[in-house]
Design a protein around this ligand. Structure first.
Ligand SMILES: [Ca+2]
Ligand SMILES: [Ca+2]
Length: 441
């Protein structure tokens, strides 16, 4: 029989006895870690002293160490070292940089194994390891917030995952910057058997032979919303030896799902001048194996002399809805290098078969300056289909009127000529006054 008192007792027993806060500071005395004065000087010592559910507060500094987490913890950076108990929200990860530096010593900077961990406000850098130079996540559930993964890995050997390696895990990444990482496969991230949710994050200047930003493996599920991918490169040659090896595929994304189907869904995201060196293909996406890949409401500025979307054989083609796929300014590219992509309500430079597709100048506010918002009069306004996406890259509501193409919804109704949020007599008056005029009158 159900006994509420027993249920409450069981619930209490299930919670950690008393989740503590442990402090890390370079000049702490290491006596007990219960204050900034008695803090542990290394993150590793705090983890050894911690118990399930503890929070580790880390003062701004560079910690040269390799951290292994095998119990449920929250690691928080961004503290200046004066915040008292209950003042967690005073921390500022941008101002008080908290860096874990792996010193490139052949082990991941941070390894998380068989547990549940939140990392918030931490920079992980200068790692070098065969697998997951920056952060390696194994059979765990991880939340990564407001963090930066940078300058990890090397491209010249069989190194997998420069920034982050995710294996048979769940991982949510929000508000992060993943930049200047490199590997043979997956400059920013590579994964296998994992469920990964990426939102409001930036991937830039990552390099790999396969998958400059992301290499998707078998049995993965990626959901990506409001992320930007810029200047990631897939390269073909090993730069130091000059050896011409494999690769050059997937400037931003490379999917090799041999061994199990994977699913990728990308919403509201921007791909700008991701590149390939030499003979590669797929500067935005290159797929081989069984997968489903859908891109909705994405803006893709394809690097010159590259193909944007490409397949490595007779595999399922990606689906694009309400997307804009054009070459970078003064460049030329092949936006979609396959015959059977399922493209609808999209602007594709050079045209592409499919319902509602157009080939026109998208009229960005400033394509050379990197502003891909739509100008009034853009053919992308109200030309999309219902994707069910409720906000745009900026977090503004969509649709306004009908759905637009691309990552940004034009914030006014097409006929709201005075921009007051409604279509009314004043708009009609403007229209009447302009009737029959020619630009330059
Ligand atoms: Ca609209
Ligand atoms: Ca109006």
């Amino acid at each position: 029989m159900f006994n509420p008192r027993v249920a409450i007792l069981l619930l209490v027993l299930a919670l950690p006895a008393h989740a503590a806060t442990l402090f890390v500071s370079p000049d702490g005395t290491a006596s007990d870690g219960h204050s900034w004065e008695t803090a542990f000087p290394t993150i590793g010592e705090a983890i050894v002293a911690s118990t399930t559910g503890d929070e580790v507060w880390i003062r701004s500094a560079t910690y040269i160490e390799n951290v292994i987490v095998e119990k449920p913890l929250t690691l928080l950076g961004g503290f200046s070292g004066i915040e008292g108990p209950g003042e967690r929200d005073l921390r500022n990860p941008n101002r008080n940089l908290t860096m874990i530096d792996g010193d490139r010593n052949n082990i991941s900077v941070v390894t998380i194994r068989s547990t549940t961990v939140t990392l918030n406000g931490i920079v992980i850098q200068n790692g070098l390891s065969n697998v997951g130079s920056g952060l390696r996540i194994i059979e765990s559930s991880v939340i990564l917030l407001e963090s930066q993964i940078r300058k990890n890995g090397i491209v010249d050997n069989a190194y997998i995952a420069g920034g982050i390696r995710v294996e048979n895990s769940q991982c949510r990444i929000t508000g992060c910057v993943i930049n200047h990482n490199s590997a043979s496969g997956g400059g920013g991230i590579s994964s296998i058997g994992s469920k990964i949710n990426l939102t409001h994050s930036v991937f830039s200047d990552n390099v790999a032979n396969l998958g400059g930003a992301i290499a998707i493996g078998p049995r993965d599920s990626f959901e990506i919303d409001s992320c930007s991918f810029t200047r990631n490169t897939a390269r073909y040659k090993y730069p130091q030896s000059g050896y011409i090896g494999f690769g050059g595929q997937g400037g931003a994304f490379y999917a090799n799902t041999t061994g199990g189907k994977s699913n990728v869904k990308v919403l509201n995201s921007k791909f700008t001048t991701n590149t390939l060196t030499d003979v590669g293909s797929g500067s935005v996406f290159y797929g081989t194996g069984q997968f489903s890949a859908e891109f909705d409401q994405c803006t893709c500025i394809v690097g010159s002399h590259t193909t944007g979307f490409s397949l490595g054989g007779d595999f399922p083609a990606p689906v694009l809805k309400n997307c804009i796929v054009v070459s970078e300014p003064n460049g030329s590219s092949t936006p979609i290098w396959m015959d059977d992509a399922i493209v609808s309500h999209s602007l594709v430079e050079g045209g592409y078969p499919g319902e509602g597709n157009i080939d026109a100048d998208p009229k960005f506010v400033d394509i050379s300056g990197g502003d891909y918002h739509l100008q009034r009069g853009s053919p992308c306004i109200d030309s999309g289909t219902d994707t069910g996406v409720m906000v745009d890259f900026d977090g503004n509501p969509r649709p306004v009127g009908d759905y637009d193409m691309g990552a940004y919804e034009f914030p006014y109704l097409r006929s709201d000529l005075n921009g007051d949020g409604a279509v009314g007599p004043d708009d009609l008056l403007i229209f009447q006054q302009d009737w029959g005029k020619v630009s330059g009158d």
